[in-house]
Design a protein around this ligand. Structure first.
Ligand code: FES
Ligand SMILES: [Fe+2]
Length: 319
């Protein structure tokens, strides 16, 4: 994983809210073959992701309940279990200890916390809930991912010294497109929310190959961790957006671009690349602002600002 810089671990957070609950990407499915494991640091904790020989992936807390070894450092996948490197205790994907090789009885307390995990759209999504409640909704399937008419993912990722709420607010902030990204007009954003989904729809002028292209973008946010953003214009792209908290002040941001195939593979590649480059350029323009700004609970908004208030009201359910 990308190195994290910025606030020291354990320092008070810059932001006046805890980590949001919801589904968050922890890996792409193809980053983990059967029998493989990796240690991760998300949600301000150490985690262990592994895929059993049968193909099913699991996410557990990383530290063994016996004497605290990190299962990601020398641990091994054995069938569908994970074996601790220290004294070879074996755990199921449910977190239950299945075997202590030198004891007659497994201590009932020997259990790891297991996090709900689903694999969809080629992505491993974990459910984080501060109170340990089970999920009440699921990450959406993205039909373009399965379709022959669309390319495979073009992936980009960054670790940003910011948080999911701030990144979400940026997408309903039409004025910054003009002043940060130098688009010609202020796109007007319309928003509505339904349960855990927040929907934004706006005009989206985009600079590609030196020319300004008009287009529209529709963004569906599924909690603060996941979004699907559909741009329709000179090239149709669907971007699977994910923001996973590393800790309160750092976010692992991933964009997976799908491009609707054009007549020739060269045209698809050329326009797709131009779109990916443009969004990546915008990201680099936003980044220094995100990394040093503060979050005002009562900002001085004006009538030309986007639906930031609506987004904040919707977002309260995840805290
Ligand atoms: S610390 Fe894991 S088996 Fe002892
Ligand atoms: Fe931006």
């Amino acid at each position: 994983m990308t190195a994290v810089s910025g606030a020291a671990a354990g320092a008070p957070s810059r932001f006046p809210f805890p980590l949001p609950d919801g589904w968050f990407q922890v890996a792409y499915g193809d980053e983990l073959a059967p029998g493989e494991l990796r240690g991760l640091h998300y949600f301000d904790r150490e985690l262990l992701l592994y895929r059993g020989e049968s193909g099913r992936a699991h996410l557990l807390d990383a530290h063994c309940p016996h004497l605290g070894a990190h299962l990601g450092v020398g641990g091994r996948v054995v069938g569908d279990r994970i074996r601790c490197p220290f004294h070879a205790w074996e755990f199921e994907g449910s977190g239950a200890c299945a075997r202590v090789p030198y004891a007659k009885k497994v201590p009932p307390k020997a259990r790891l916390r297991a996090w709900p995990l689903v694999e969809r759209n080629g992505i491993l999504y974990a459910h984080f809930d501060k109170q340990g409640r089970p999920p009440t909704w699921e990450p959406p399937a993205v039909p373009e991912y399965e379709s022959e008419d669309w390319t495979d993912y073009w992936r980009r990722d960054w670790v940003v010294a910011s948080c999911a709420q701030e990144m979400a607010e940026n997408s309903v902030d039409p004025a910054h497109f003009k002043y940060v990204h130098r688009t010609a007009d202020l796109p007007a954003a319309r928003a509505r929310s339904e349960g855990h989904v927040f929907h934004v729809d706006m005009g989206y002028p985009i600079q590609m190959g030196g020319e300004l292209q008009q287009g529209r973008i529709e963004i569906d946010c599924y909690g603060f961790g996941l979004g699907v953003s559909r741009y329709r214009g000179i090239v149709d792209t669907t971007v699977v957006v994910s923001g996973t908290p590393v800790d309160g002040d750092h976010l692992h941001h991933r964009l997976a671009f799908l491009v609707r195939k054009l007549d020739s593979p060269e045209a698809t590649r050329g326009l797709g690349q131009a779109f990916v480059d443009e969004i990546s350029r915008q990201f680099d323009e936003d980044r220094p602002i995100w990394e040093r700004k503060v979050h005002w609970e009562r900002p001085a908004l004006c009538d030309g600002d986007g639906p930031i208030g609506a987004l904040r009201r919707w977002g309260r359910q995840f805290y």
